[in-house]
Design a protein around this ligand. Structure first.
Ligand SMILES: CC(C)(COP(=O)(O)OP(=O)(O)OC[C@H]1O[C@@H](n2cnc3c(N)ncnc32)[C@H](O)[C@@H]1OP(=O)(O)O)[C@@H](O)C(=O)NCCC(=O)NCCS
Length: 174
């Protein structure tokens, strides 16, 4: 796998993966363009043989002590091989470089696979946003990581962590 920062020229390829990864609540092209252009954003890509297989984005406003994981997606055929974790860790390392202390994210309540990834890096559930994801009417689980205590792999495996989550489906982070 090879990681590099995303540019505006990657928008089309990212949108193909975005729509495949989040079938009911993909971001619009305009939203993604804005994300890629934002001075507060940091997006990275995972490529294999020049083909996009994953992307992830962080929002960290200059001098703020908190940041957000905006999104993370790996192409279906490339999942389950550590790529999602590598992208997440790259975002957390960038947040730490920027002096961030707390990282937040939202994840669909019906996405135990993504939740397990976050829990295994030390994120804890700090709240719920009822019916946040529309049109599916699914709650958002709000999670937080104290980055000051974070080291890659230091988190615990939570109750939702098993790969037995038969009902698991993809979902947008935010
Ligand atoms: C969530 C996602 C990014 C994970 O990427 P991935 O490359 O498959 O994940 P990894 O192989 O790095 O797995 C890391 C951990 O995530 C958890 N995990 C990943 N897929 C899982 C699944 N299907 N069931 C249960 N746990 C899972 C496990 O804890 C795993 O650790 P382990 O391998 O030690 O068991 C990927 O499944 C995806 O793109 N899903 C669709 C989009 C999405 O839901 N994004 C998250 C939005 S908040």
């Amino acid at each position: 796998m090879s990681l590099r920062p995303a540019t505006a020229g990657d928008l089309d390829a990212i949108m193909v993966l975005e729509r495949a990864s989040f079938p009911t609540d993909a971001w619009s092209e305009a939203m993604m363009r804005e994300e890629l252009a934002s001075p507060h954003g940091w997006y990275i890509l995972d490529e294999e043989a020049g083909r996009l297989v994953g992307y992830a984005g962080l929002r960290a406003v200059s001098r703020a002590t908190d940041a957000d994981i905006q999104t993370i997606a790996i192409a279906e055929a490339a999942r389950g091989r550590g790529r999602g974790r590598t992208l997440l860790r790259a975002l957390l390392e960038e947040a730490a470089r920027r002096g961030v202390r707390e990282v937040f994210l939202e994840v669909r309540a019906d996405n135990p696979g993504a939740q397990a990834l976050y829990v295994s890096e030390g994120f804890l559930e700090v709240g719920r946003k009822p019916r946040y994801y529309q049109p599916d009417d699914v709650d958002a689980v709000v999670m937080k990581l104290d980055l000051r205590g974070w080291a890659p792999g230091a988190g615990q495996t939570g109750p939702a962590a098993g790969r037995t989550g038969a009902a698991w489906q993809g979902g947008a982070c935010t």
